[in-house]
Structure formats: structure tokens, C-alpha cells
Design a protein around this ligand. Sequence first.
Ligand SMILES: CC(C)(COP(=O)(O)OP(=O)(O)OC[C@H]1O[C@@H](n2cnc3c(N)ncnc32)[C@H](O)[C@@H]1OP(=O)(O)O)[C@@H](O)C(=O)NCCC(=O)NCCS
Length: 146
Amino acid sequence: MIVIRPTDDVATVKRLGVAAGLDESEREADVALAAWIAVDEESGEPVGGIVLERSRDMDTINWMSVSEGWRRQGIARRLVEALEGEARRRGIARLYLTARIPGFYRDRGYVEVTDPGPAALLLGGCPQCPQYRVTCTPVAMVKELD
Ligand SMILES: CC(C)(COP(=O)(O)OP(=O)(O)OC[C@H]1O[C@@H](n2cnc3c(N)ncnc32)[C@H](O)[C@@H]1OP(=O)(O)O)[C@@H](O)C(=O)NCCC(=O)NCCS
């Protein structure tokens, strides 16, 4: 069984994300507020994670990944639920992210960021990446938390 736990081990969450193909680059302005890890209870193996970050005046979802072999079982959905619950407890009004699977987030109430300023900040160096709109079409998104 997979359990989702809060963790201080942000490095492991990031390592899983990079192994799953996420961009390794970090910005100095990014501060981890909280992180969660998905662990296979039987083996103790970490299989996924997510980080709530504060980045240039925006509260963001980052580093979401689930290892191959564990996908399509609802683990990412549970990771996002854990993060949103904590964001609400902290009184965070809106959550931003750069989504690689926008449909997943649209289903959860996220919409595309229309303001070009925040959208450009969220996309960062993506438009310069050779994979941009080739194999990877990231979308800047936001959700107003109630
Ligand atoms: C994206 C990722 C985290 C999804 O993890 P997951 O545990 O398989 O996701 P879930 O099982 O919770 O998916 C729930 C729903 O999201 C959608 N979804 C999941 N993965 C998807 C994908 N790759 N493309 C499109 N939709 C996807 C589906 O609607 C899915 O429901 P379904 O299985 O009933 O069809 C995982 O594929 C991954 O680590 N990918 C590489 C890293 C990455 O792209 N991270 C996302 C950054 S925004």
C-alpha cells in the first residue's frame, strides 16, 4: 500500500522528480514550505513526491512526480490533495504551477494564468528549451482556494 507522508527530505522528492524527467534547474528565490513523499509501505521505497514552494510572491506546486511502475493509481491525485489541504490550513489564497499535464489540473479546478507577467515567471526558461512545444507543452496555471 502507498502512504503519503509529510517529509523534510525535499532532496529525495527532487531526486525522484529529476529521475521522472523534471527540469533539474532551481531558482534561488524558491523556498520549500512543505513537502510530501509517497512511500510503498511494504518495501519502504519512495515512489513519488510533491513540494509546496514560495517563489517570487507566488505559492507554487512543484516537483510532482510518481515513479514509472506506480503511475495511474491515483498517487499524484493524493499528493495534490495533501498539498492543497496544507495550503488551505496556511491561509494561502491561490496556488500556481507550471503544469506539464494541464488536463489533470483543469479537472481539479485550475485555470490558465492569463496575466502575462506571472505566466512568464512561471514558464521561466521553458520557451528557450528545445523540447518546448515539441515533447513538452507546459502551461502556467492557477487555482483560487476557497
Ligand atoms: C504526471 C504524474 C505525476 C502522474 O502521476 P500518477 O500517479 O500516474 O497520476 P494519477 O494516477 O493520480 O492520475 C490521475 C489522473 O490524471 C490524469 N493523468 C495522469 N497522468 C497523465 C499524463 N501523463 N498525461 C495526461 N493525463 C494524465 C488522468 O486523468 C488520470 O486519471 P486516470 O488514470 O483515471 O486516467 C506522473 O506521470 C509523472 O511523474 N510524470 C513525470 C513527471 C511529471 O510530468 N510531473 C508533472 C509535473 S506538472
